[in-house]
Design a protein around this ligand. Structure first.
Ligand code: ATP
Ligand code: MG
Length: 413
């Protein structure tokens, strides 16, 4: 992509009402546009990051035999009434609307009840189980506070997965496989060092649910952590959990975190309530055991900005950067830069080519603000020497590389 053709304008300032670092930087760098508090449009660069995060999650969910689908954003009231969750007292973040004939509808904040209802038309016998389904969807939630930028949206992208099993043991085994798949996701996103599987409230079958909490000052959660023993407990359940695990609270460190994922064992509670059953091998109508597993795609993007940004701007991990290389020219070197741009792209390297007629300082500042992992500079003098100036986003010094060295460096990244 040539910067001259890119629909993105960087700026030195963010909107005065934007208090979150992640959104300030993402707006300044042209990744997102703020429509209103908690509601952001994803511009071309932002969309590329979202898609890369989604692709990592997609590969790992596919690897545990889950099937991707897409459910509906408009939801039926009667479906949610079956579990009592249509009530605004029970679920305090509903957006609701009406058809022209006054029929009430919900705007999807979760898809647990709708997927159970849908499966009544698809699951008959033991032969149809187990099944795991997932989607990426824009969830709508009327959150009370939306001051954390894209980390807490009123409109945000979630990956939600649901699994259905003929026995509690089989669900438990799949739940563990999902924990491992989630660990691989956060590893690939560069977050594994700071992400903990955390005991949290709200298992309806088991005593606890599990959250994936990433240490982050801008996060809204507090957990108690034992790094060596790899034990993490959400403060919501600290009293119960220390008793259960037989550890002392004094051993634990209190840290601020962002919940980047959540997994939940519903047992057969929800499916029983909603009347989703299957015919077992011996002909009995039997209960179905359900798990529910979320990852906050756009929240993860915000967390990456919060954790890795420096004073010059965003620093993307290689795996989610919108482009790998920022190619900047100094002076009139269009012919050579065009050729290098083509050659890099032919090698499958994603390049953002700053072909604008602007000052080098401005190009370098944008390369840093945008957080592109590798920067390559071409100038008449460098061309004369047969070399390329190369710098990593995370380093301050640049190196002079030959063309072979440059390609070797970029291919290894
Ligand atoms: P929180 O406690 O932060 O409100 P939650 O318990 O409501 O989260 P879930 O309903 O389990 O979250 O949603 C699954 C995942 O979606 C969460 O782990 C989080 O990463 C993400 N998420 C939840 N709410 C938001 C939001 N308002 N904006 C962005 N991401 C969100
Ligand atoms: Mg919530």
């Amino acid at each position: 992509m040539r910067v001259s053709k890119l629909f993105t304008r960087t700026s030195k300032t963010a909107p005065a009402d934007e208090v979150a670092k992640n959104a300030q930087l993402l707006i300044r760098a042209g990744y997102v546009h703020k429509e209103m508090a908690g509601v952001y449009a994803y511009l071309p660069l932002g969309l590329r990051v979202v898609e890369k995060i989604k692709q990592i999650v997609r590969e790992e969910m596919d690897a545990i035999d889950s099937n991707e689908l897409i459910m509906t954003g408009l939801q039926r009231k009667d479906v949610w009434e079956k579990t009592g969750r249509w009530s605004d007292e029970v679920v305090d973040i509903w957006f609701k609307t009406k058809l022209q004939d006054e029929t009430e509808l919900g705007l999807g904040w979760s898809h647990e009840e709708p997927i159970v209802e849908m499966l009544k038309a698809h699951i008959r016998s033991y032969k149809d189980l187990p099944v795991s389904l997932y989607q990426f969807q824009t969830k709508l939630r009327n959150e009370l506070r939306a001051k954390s930028g894209i980390m807490r949206g009123r409109e945000f992208v979630m990956k939600d997965m649901y699994s259905f099993h003929g026995s509690a043991e089989e669900l438990e085994a799949y739940y563990q496989r999902t924990i491992d798949a989630y660990k691989r996701v956060y590893e690939r996103l560069g977050l594994s060092d700071d992400t903990y599987v955390t005991f949290a409230s709200g298992g309806s079958f088991t005593q606890f649910s599990h959250e994936f909490q990433t240490i982050c000052d801008a996060g809204e959660d507090v957990i108690y952590l034992h790094r060596e023993k790899n034990i993490a407990i959400n403060e919501e359940v600290i009293d119960d959990a220390v008793k259960e695990l037989g550890i002392s609270r004094d051993e634990l460190e209190k840290v601020k975190t962002a919940e980047v994922g959540n997994i939940f064992n519903f047992g057969s509670q929800k499916t029983d309530e909603m009347g989703l059953k299957f015919t077992s091998q011996d002909g009995q109508q039997s209960s179905i055991y359900m798990g529910s597993y979320g990852i906050g795609i756009t929240r993860v993007m915000g967390v990456l900005v919060e954790k890795f940004a420096d004073e010059s701007g965003i620093v993307w991990p290689e795996a989610v950067a919108p482009y790998q290389v920022y190619l900047a020219t100094i002076g009139d070197v269009a012919e050579q830069a065009d050729a290098l741009y083509d050659e890099l792209r032919n090698k499958g390297i994603e390049v953002l080519y700053d072909d604008r007629d602007t000052r080098p300082g401005e190009k370098f500042a944008d390369a840093d603000l945008l957080g592109i992992p590798h920067r390559v500079v071409l100038s008449p003098k460098l061309i004369e020497q047969g070399s390329f100036e190369y710098k990593m986003r995370t380093e301050t010094e640049s190196n002079s590389l030959t063309k072979d060295e440059l390609f070797a460096t970029l291919s290894a990244a």
